[in-house]
Design a protein around this ligand. Structure first.
Ligand code: V55
Ligand code: FE
Length: 479
């Protein structure tokens, strides 16, 4: 194969394709891994096996790779395997890419017309005894949790009607249910959204459809003990544009943002839409209901941050002008009208995560990431181009912040929270550190409460691990 991966930020630095499937037994660990860390961290990575057919593409299109760090009694084993989607297998047979623009099948090679084009590269979840690899444009793929062998599409035993399933599902830690949705549920650029619930055994017990105000990139949603919250920010699609071979998404700031809220056990007929000016967000930290008020915490940006979407929209925005701040939006269901309140909780950022036990309820602590320009120039990592270099611990009520950053020549991949077995202990944070100077990776483990004190252990990986997207920690007892 000729090396014709483009020189763009999507394929260089820590975004350079890796294409390595491997096993490494017993990684070298510096420092001491706490004895109560036993379980598996799965992470999904877009990793294109071939250079883009059209000469350029986004990081988001890469073939899904599943990564596994398995922690056992102070030892860590590593495994990485491609997810064998139809698309992956078709391209492997042809020894080249057969797909065109991100989420536009009208730009594909005629040999794959009408065939599935999902890459399942965004989030691994473990629910109902199954490990699933998710991406918002298609159904889940099931992967064997030990061998990482691909087992096939998972469509809830043929019950799921939605053509898509979000990469951001919301498990209720108390009931074991999985809340999720699918947008473009009825096909490309449709406004249909499917709201779904699977019970703790992984059976689909509910699927109800509604129409969003317009077709938007609904990347995440939020659920409280009482409500489901659907965000609609103006990154929009259009079937005519897709048919003409254009971009799936453009940023359309003349449109308002909408937030739909319904009782989570009620009906989509009860959805109430709140409304504000154009904003952009990808991920929600948490949400909870307090009496008649619903709180939603997240990093709120001013404009869609992805360069390929900005380019399709004819704009170019400097990273400093996109960040916005970390906010709490509060919706008062006892008041009429479309308005809501916004409070600033911290500096702008993304990749927010709270401990799983705190999901859906009033909570004290969350962790998210930011880019601190004083640490050094931006380094190429992830879909926005510049990777985050700092992890923040936010005390939500007081706004108190603690932070950790590796050094000026490293970026951090999304962190995950590991619960501790010791009562009252806040648990640990783990994340991959991209060492740009050495082109190697390490997995850091920190005490979550004292993350400013630095790593307890550093798991050395003798490879450059291409920047992944999301991951989830599964305790050994759950597997
Ligand atoms: C995101 C990631 C995706 C995608 C859409 O981080 C949005 C946001 C890795 O794929 O397809
Ligand atoms: Fe995401």
């Amino acid at each position: 194969m000729p090396n014709s991966f483009p020189n763009s930020m999507d394929f260089t630095g820590f975004n350079a394709p890796s294409r390595i499937e491997c096993d490494i037994f017993d990684l070298v660990v510096a420092g001491k891994l706490p004895a109560d860390i036993n379980g598996s961290w799965y992470q999904t990575v877009p990793d294109p096996q071939f250079p883009p057919m059209l000469g350029k593409d986004t990081y988001l299109s890469g073939d899904g790779m599943m990564r596994l760090f398995r922690f056992e009694n102070g030892h860590v084993d590593f495994k990485q395997r491609y997810i064998q989607t139809e698309r992956f297998k078709n391209e492997r047979r042809a020894r080249r890419s057969l797909h065109g623009l991100y989420r536009n099948p009208y730009t594909d090679d005629p040999s794959v017309r009408g065939k599935p084009r999902g890459v399942n590269n965004t989030t691994p979840i473990f629910h109902g005894g199954r490990l699933l690899a998710l991406k918002e444009d298609s159904r889940a793929m099931e992967v064997h949790p030990r061998t990482l062998e691909t087992l096939g599409e998972w469509n809830y035993q043929g019950k799921l009607r939605s053509q898509t399933m979000t990469a951001h599902t919301r498990p209720d830690p108390e009931t074991g249910e999985l809340y999720f949705f699918g947008y473009e549920a009825n096909g490309l650029a449709t406004r249909d959204v499917a709201y779904c619930v699977a019970n703790k055994d992984g059976e689909l017990i509910r699927e109800e459809w509604f129409e969003a105000p317009y077709c938007a990139m609904m990347h995440d949603f939020a659920v409280t003990k009482e409500h489901a919250i659907f965000p609609v920010f103006p990154t929009t699609s259009d079937l005519g544009r897709l048919r003409a071979g254009g971009a799936h998404w453009i940023w359309e700031p003349t449109k308002d943002s909408f937030i739909g809220i319904m009782p989570r056990d009620g009906s989509v007929k009860d959805l109430r839409w709140f409304r504000g000016p154009a904003t952009s967000a990808y991920h929600f930290m948490n949400a909870y209901t307090e009496g008649t008020r619903v709180h939603l915490d997240f990093g709120c940006g001013k404009v869609n941050p992805f360069p390929f979407i900005q380019e399709a929209s004819g704009i170019q925005v400097h990273p400093q002008d996109m960040a916005g701040s970390f906010v709490r939006w509060t919706f008062d269901l006892s008041k009429p009208g479309e308005r809501f309140e916004a409070t600033v909780l911290g500096p702008g950022g993304d990749m927010p995560r709270a401990a799983e036990k705190d999901a859906m309820k009033d909570y004290e602590i969350g962790y998210y990431q930011t880019f601190d320009p004083t640490l050094g120039p931006p380094l190429i990592a992830g879909p926005v181009g510049a990777g985050f270099n700092t992890i923040l611990r936010l005390e939500v009520r007081s706004g108190k912040l603690k932070s950790f950053h590796p050094d000026g020549q490293s970026t951090v991949q999304e962190h995950f929270h590991i619960p501790s077995q010791t009562p009252g202990h806040e648990g640990y944070l783990g994340f991959i550190v991209d060492r740009h100077a050495e082109s190697l990776s390490e997995l850091f483990i920190l005490d979550a409460q004292h993350l400013d004190k630095g790593p307890l252990a550093r798991v050395k990986v003798p490879l450059r691990l291409r920047v992944g997207v999301h991951g989830n920690w599964i305790p050994a007892a759950a597997l």
